[in-house]
Every structure is written in C-alpha cells, then in structure tokens.
Ligand binder design. Sequence first.
Ligand code: SF4
Ligand code: SF4
Length: 289
Amino acid sequence: MKEIVVVSGKGGTGKTSVVASLACLIENKAMVDCDVDAANLSLVLSPRVIEEKDFTAGSKARIIQEKCTQCGICRDMCRFDAISQDYIVDPFSCEGCGACFFFCPASAVEFKTGLAGRCYICDTPSGDPFVYAELFPGEENSGKLVAMVRTEGKERAEQAGLSRILIDGPPGIGCPVISSITGTSLALIVTEPTASGIHDLERVVQLARHFEIPSAVIVNKSDINQACTDSIEKYCLQNNIPLLGRLPYEKMISEAQRQGKAVVEYAPDLPVSKAIRDISERIISIYKE
Ligand code: SF4
Ligand code: SF4
C-alpha cells in the first residue's frame, strides 16, 4: 500500500485544488482528507456518506454542584481561568489538566471523555472510497482524529483491493501534520513562490526528513515570482528533492472549485491542467500498482 500525502507548510498554497485534480487522474486509490479542522476536499469529490463514526477524546472537568462546598481551591488552581465565580467549568477554556480534579477536597469534580468530532466514510461517483472527519469547535486532539481517519481510509482501501491512498494533509507542521505524514511513502509538498513559501517549504522538508519520509515538491502559481521559483528550484537541487512540476497561476481554478470540480475536469485544456497531468504521470510511474 502506497500512501501519498500532500502537504504544505501553511494554508492557502492551493494544496487541496492540487489534490482534487490528482484524485481525478490517479486510479486504484482511496482518498483521505486529514485536514480535520477544515475538511474541504468533500466539496469537489461529491461523496455519499455510508457510515459515520463518533470520535471521543479529551477530558473536560465538570463540577458537581451538589457536592461542591465552594471552597475556591479549584479556581485558585486553574491556570486557564476556566472556572467561573459560581463554579461552572467553561468547556472551551478547560485544558483538561486535571488540577481541579486532584485538589478538590470534596471530590466534586468529575472527568469524562466527550464527543469531540465525527468521522465520515463515503463512496464517490468515481467509485473511490473517501474518508474525512470534522473536529468539533474548541476540541483538541486533532492528531488522534487524523490517525482515526487514516486507519479508516486504509481499511477501506484494503477491503477494495486498492494499492494507493491519496491523503490531503493539514496545513502547517503541527501535531495533525505529523500524524498525517508518519509512515507514508511520499510527502508531496505544495509551495508557492514567496519568501514565506520558501521558509514553510524548508520547515516541512525538515519535518519529513525527521520521520524519514521522502519528499517531492510542486510549485504552485510558479509564474507570479520567477526569482522565488528559481530559489525553490535551487533549494530542491541542493537538497536532492525532486521538483515534480511548476503550475502556472490560473484564475479558472477558483471557478472550477465554485462549480464543485477539479480544474483538470473543468478545463482540461488549460496549461495548469496539462502540468498537473504530467505530475500525476510521474507519480504513477514512481508508485506503480
Ligand atoms: S475545589 Fe471542589 S469543593 Fe472547592 S470549589 Fe472547587 S469544586 Fe467546589
Ligand atoms: S481541568 Fe484544569 S483547566 Fe480544566 S477546569 Fe480543571 S484546573 Fe482548569
């Protein structure tokens, strides 16, 4: 099973539009959206949910008013100001540190795991299985939910006898990204030719190296700043990272998204669509079935 995760050092690089197009071009695969804080690949894949699974996580404190003597110890202990003057815990401020639970002399604090998100297992018009999830507002442990989404995606791929999983990773380099890239076959990094784009590229390359994941790079909107694109190319050469392609800036990508389509199906004759097809062919040739 080859898992290809598409990542970017930050949001807004056009990562998901690249993934949506690759999803149209790469066959024999399952699709997984690991951006559990803002899953949007479903907008272009037109999935049909066939199963939903609850994601429970985190421990939030709750004060049992009948037992509480209002001694104030918990309010003094709480470093997150999560306990109101009338001793009610604000679940959005509570970090689950447990201090109030351990120090309450009246055993008036309880800890329970709660529903923190939901995972959706879907089929799509193309026949590819697709798994995505949403983390509820204010909830944490997105790394654990990412792990759940990947596990579900892998199970569906195995059940269907598929040899590839295409993963839309979260932006950044935090816990959910680490959870998305560990154990994958390739980190496909979508970057853009700006100073911050190069900086973010370097950070995500370092992260992939740390987990011994091979990297490859796509420069999106490569023609908006030729000097920066040249710098990215030089960086890739110096660091022995394959540059799989340069995508020209194309306004039609946004229009395709508004129509719920990937640009390669909405406007297949555009140069950007041709460039993405070339990239997909390189990926297919590297990760043969
Ligand atoms: S420490 Fe316990 S008893 Fe004291 S105010 Fe907090 S919840 Fe109530
Ligand atoms: S668990 Fe920690 S953060 Fe939450 S209310 Fe208790 S002391 Fe505050």
